[in-house]
Design a protein around this ligand. Structure first.
Ligand SMILES: Cc1cc2nc3c(=O)[nH]c(=O)nc-3n(C[C@H](O)[C@H](O)[C@H](O)COP(=O)(O)OP(=O)(O)OC[C@H]3O[C@@H](n4cnc5c(N)ncnc54)[C@H](O)[C@@H]3O)c2cc1C
Length: 366
């Protein structure tokens, strides 16, 4: 009997589960290991905060999806690998043996260089903890007009979360902090300037060209000694690698992400596959849900081929991703390479894409 372990219920693995529901693997026991019974879809998280979706709308129930695929569901967090004995070590002390291992555990929040972040920050990942803390922030702000918030990180996710919080809490004192001159770094300049105007129109403070140095109970200290007052500090500082892949002996890039070749196999341990943000692809791409989703079908196909002893197929991600950035008011910005556009119809387009993604995996939603 062969054993395939799927570690993490991320975007690529929900596709693998869906593929297994349509065609099971002969003589193979498959186990999904995930710390939570559901996968909250980050693309709809700002919409949940803004009040456009319920949390259930944004969650893929992993256990029923696994059951449909004939996959055993184990609720645990992977904390290490014994690559010689081919075992995944879990946080409950158990060890799960594998013949083949596929890793799609996503990133952690990059916050190592911000002092006090562990005690006083609210990192966006794990998203399960984040939603609990957002609920607490909404309750605190509703009860106490002196409540205030700052968001560190002005990429697409930080910007979306700022506008979503504004939509939910119209009078909250709110500041967005970024290290670049304008929010949405890397996206077209026209969109960045529009994002800046939107912040102003929604009374969201903008502190650009500064790095957060530390967080305390009163807010955020910046690299030039300025202090931004905030009772709640959200960290949306980008994707960092978890420690355990490198510590387990998997080849990683300089940042600790698992290096994979074009077949999505680890370059050091070919029985291990990785996809999504935790992987460093041979032809690198930005950390983005779009590329994690796109890796799903080739990952499913190559796992099937590996187990059947067939030749694997190379995969290369598309060059560009479409960015759809909601602005909290059922409107959205879109960017495709140098092109950008904005409008209510862009949000309806994003809403249709997100709901279609969820519908595919949520026949037994929770
Ligand atoms: C607010 C926000 C909005 C975003 N919006 C968009 C968007 O609109 N479009 C877009 O392309 N990208 C978006 N992103 C980025 C996107 O979330 C990530 O790029 C994407 O989630 C990466 O997918 P993944 O499958 O690699 O990991 P994830 O989606 O993070 O999934 C990883 C899974 O593994 C589980 N896991 C974690 N650690 C372990 C472990 N040790 N053992 C077992 N399981 C584990 C997690 O619980 C989770 O279920 C957004 C990010 C944020 C924060």
């Amino acid at each position: 009997m062969k054993r395939l372990v799927l570690l993490g219920g991320g975007h690529a693995h929900v596709y693998v589960l869906d593929a297994l529901a349509h065609a099971r693997l002969p003589d193979t026991e498959v186990t999904l290991i995930s710390p939570y019974p559901r996968q909250i879809y980050s693309g709809m998280l700002p919409g949940w905060i803004a009040g456009h979706y319920t949390l259930a709308d944004t969650a893929i129930a992993l256990a029923p999806l696994a059951e449909r695929a004939g996959v055993r569901f184990k609720q645990a967090r992977g904390v290490g690998l014994d690559l010689d004995a081919r075992r995944v070590r879990c946080d409950d002390g158990s060890e799960i043996p594998f013949t083949w291992l596929s890793i799609d555990t996503g990133p952690t929040t990059a916050s190592a260089r911000i002092a006090g972040s562990t005690d006083h920050g609210i990192p966006v990942r794990p998203i399960e903890d984040f939603v609990t803390r957002i609920d607490a922030l909404i309750a605190a702000a509703s009860a106490d007009p002196a409540c205030s918030a700052a968001i560190i990180g002005s990429g697409a996710a930080g910007f979306e979360l700022a506008l979503a919080l504004r939509a939910r809490l119209p009078t909250l004192a709110l500041t967005l902090i970024g290290s670049t001159a304008l929010p949405l770094d890397g996206l077209p300049g026209r969109l960045q300037r529009q994002a800046r105007r939107l912040l102003e129109a929604r009374h969201i403070g903008w502190v650009g060209r500064h790095r957060a140095q530390s967080i305390d109970t009163d807010g955020v200290w910046l690299d030039d000694g300025q202090h931004v007052c905030a009772s709640h500090v959200l960290q949306v500082t980008g994707a960092a690698a978890p420690d355990w892949p490198a510590q387990s002996g998997l080849a990683t890039d300089a940042s600790g992400f698992i290096r994979v070749g074009p077949t999505l196999q680890s370059v050091s341990h070919p029985v291990v596959f990785a996809a999504g943000d935790v992987a460093a692809y041979a032809d690198p791409r930005p950390k983005s849900g779009v590329f994690a989703v796109r890796a799903g079908p080739p990952l499913a196909e190559n796992l099937r081929r590996a187990i059947a002893g067939e030749a694997l197929l190379p995969w290369q991600a598309q060059r560009r991703a479409l960015y759809l950035i909601s602005t909290g008011d059922r409107r959205a910005l879109a960017a495709w390479g140098p092109l950008s556009i904005e409008g209510a119809w862009v949000w309806r387009w994003k809403d249709r894409i997100d709901r279609a993604f969820m519908a595919r995996f949520s026949q037994h939603g929770m």
